[in-house]
Design a protein around this ligand. Structure first.
Ligand SMILES: N[C@@H](CCC(=O)N[C@@H](CS)C(=O)NCC(=O)O)C(=O)O
Length: 165
């Protein structure tokens, strides 16, 4: 069984959406980041960067001891690989997926996250800077709009899930 240390944020939901798509059984372990669960010593053993989501697989595919994984992108790769779905085996298509997962983790996710953060703070100047960085007319947004139409094995924009193989 898989334990998913989770709180309902976009990074957490990326993983639960994939688990549901895969039909893979899992157990939610709440990690209330508002209360500081992410700083508990037991949690830090599986996610040293004090961030959820984090996964613990008690029945890995190789039959060996428990495996733990942190970072939503790495977790999604792990699950897709274990299920043998959504993650092509041939090198060309596999790296099409890898590059978009990395792009989402390093660019689109953080930019939109910062945008929401400054919006909530009511910081108009910072919000406008962030919105501009994430806009379809700027690199982060335009990368997707110019590429998505011509690529078959990338990601769903809404969910960041690699498309079916
Ligand atoms: N790059 C990480 C980001 C994870 C992340 O930022 N998680 C946030 C919630 S969405 C968190 O756990 N924050 C707790 C904290 O900052 O103390 C991933 O994709 O898993």
């Amino acid at each position: 069984m898989i334990d998913l240390h989770y709180w309902p944020t976009p990074n957490g939901k990326k993983v639960t959406i994939l688990l549901e798509e895969l039909g893979m059984p899992y157990n939610i372990v709440p990690c209330n980041i508002g209360k500081g669960d992410q700083f508990e010593p037991e949690f830090l053993k599986i996610s040293p960067n004090n961030r959820m989501p984090a996964l613990v697989d008690h029945a890995p595919a190789d039959g060996g001891p428990t495996i733990s994984v942190f970072e939503s992108g790495a977790i999604m790769m792990y699950l897709a690989e274990k299920a043998g779905r959504f993650y092509p085996q041939d090198i060309r298509r596999r790296y099409e997926v890898n590059q978009w997962v990395m792009w989402q983790m390093a660019n689109q996710g953080p930019k939109l996250g910062e945008c929401g953060h400054f919006l909530r703070l009511g910081d108009k100047q910072a919000t406008s800077r962030m919105q501009s960085a994430a806009s379809p007319t700027r690199p982060t947004g335009s990368t997707v709009s110019s590429t998505i139409g011509s690529t078959t094995a990338v990601i769903s924009l809404a969910t960041n899930i690699p498309s079916p193989t």
